[in-house]
Write a protein that binds this ligand. Sequence first.
Ligand code: NI
Length: 176
Amino acid sequence: MSLLTILCYPDPRLHQVARKVERVDDEIRKLINDMAETMYAAPGVGLAATQVDAPLRIIVIDISESRDQLQAFVNPERVAASGVAEREEGCLSVPGVYEKVRRAERVTVRALDAAGRPFTLEATDLLAVCIQHEMDHLEGKVFVEKLSRLKQSRILARFRKQGRRAVEPGPRRLAL
Ligand code: NI
């Protein structure tokens, strides 16, 4: 396994729309493993392939305290969503920024696992937040784009001024 470099906002590659994975083969499994290692090392609770400059529809998530409950989603599709919930989020590509974001409270997604088997999952709470945040990455969207224009321009100015990797990740909060 190897650690991958996480792209930092406002890198334009974060706006790539990810391609569908045609076949879950060993190459894809290696990418999933490398993404997991990168997520654990960051540390974060979720990572999308877009964030490591691999524009494929793959996300990894582990919200467990024990950090041993890895969930991989290949070609995730949202099949249902309901409710509204607001929660503070951070992003491994926007280190040090934590803001409240409003999303669906409950989502149902269909995806393939690392073995290429289809599964359907209904998620609430933190897992629902993670899934929606990471699926946004696959569409080329970063969470700060859901904030007010004023907040966005402040964050953008800060990252342009400080440059890549200049901001240390904050305390271990919800970094996705
Ligand atoms: Ni993120």
